[in-house]
Design a protein around this ligand. Structure first.
Ligand SMILES: Nc1ncnc2c1ncn2[C@@H]1O[C@H](COP(=O)(O)OP(=O)(O)O)[C@@H](O)[C@H]1O
Ligand SMILES: [Mg+2]
Length: 252
């Protein structure tokens, strides 16, 4: 059970953003607690990605505020987001295909020896340590990531984020391109991240997936928040009703 008695890891409060005349996100508030996965659901164009891009620093909201650990956060670009330990796992994973897992984990942030040389041994050891925790079955340490499966690539990208202290992860459709086995791998990975107290915003159009992986689900429609529910208290049909009709389920 997620403890929601303390301060949320993140609070997006009354966020609005418009493009031209289109209100992509219209006064939306959502929050996220340590060790929690909150699913964002809604039709294409509902505003899910735009909302979450205000947190990742890709967009700046027109109005509304973001709080991280209870403190007002000024997020104007992805670098600001990273300072608040917010990391995004993109659908098109930002990995260098020709490099192995360790090189990808430390890309641009290489470990060096006291004399300033790139320390390949240290990077491989660290990669084995963190991958061992997140994806214990991973063996292909020497292979270029182009040779890895979708789920394995995902675990490299997530390891990279976690190694660099991500406390808040944003995942936009992480299992969209994956098969059953691979989806299970990512789902296990998410469970491990939860155990470490990391909070995750998970955008997904698959209600079944969201019910299986998330603690709460926030549904958006036409830029507005329909509502947030505890997935243990609702059925898939309830959530479908929220997505399609924009209505909260009748109190059970
Ligand atoms: N950069 C942009 N410029 C103009 N319109 C955009 C931009 N990004 C998103 N939108 C619009 O904002 C609305 C919400 O889109 P989006 O957040 O991508 O929805 P979702 O992720 O739920 O599918 C849509 O109408 C979309 O066309
Ligand atoms: Mg989207």
């Amino acid at each position: 059970m997620v403890d929601r008695s303390g301060t949320p890891l993140v609070e997006l409060r009354d966020i609005s953003i418009a493009f031209g005349g289109v209100k992509a996100v219209d006064h939306v508030s959502v929050d996220l607690y340590p060790g929690e996965v909150v699913g964002l659901l809604g039709h294409n164009g509902a505003g899910k990605s735009t909302l979450i891009k205000c947190l990742s620093g890709a967009y700046k909201q027109d109005s509304g505020e973001i709080f991280v650990n209870g403190e007002r956060a000024e997020i104007n670009n992805p670098r600001d987001a990273r300072r608040y330990n917010i990391e995004t796992i993109y659908q098109t994973l930002a990995l260098a295909d020709n490099l192995d897992a360790a090189s990808n984990l430390f890309l641009g942030r290489e470990l060096t020896t006291p004399l300033g040389f790139v320390d390949d041994a240290a990077m491989e050891a660290e990669t084995r340590r963190i991958m061992g925790r997140l994806n214990p079955n991973f063996r292909k340490f020497g292979a270029p990531v182009a040779a890895l499966s979708g789920g394995q690539r995902q675990s490299v990208a997530i390891s990279r984020a976690v190694y660099f202290n991500a406390r808040i992860l944003i995942m936009d459709e992480p299992t969209a391109a994956l098969g059953v086995q691979e989806t299970k791998m990512v789902s296990d990975l998410i469970q491990e991240l939860k155990r470490q107290g990391i909070g995750i915003f998970l955008i997904d159009h698959d209600i079944h997936q969201v019910m299986a992986m998330c603690d709460r689900a926030s549904v958006m429609k036409n830029g507005e928040l329909v509502g947030t529910v505890n997935v243990a208290n609702v059925t898939e049909d309830d959530i479908l009703g929220m997505i399609i009709l924009g209505k909260m389920p009748q109190a059970a």
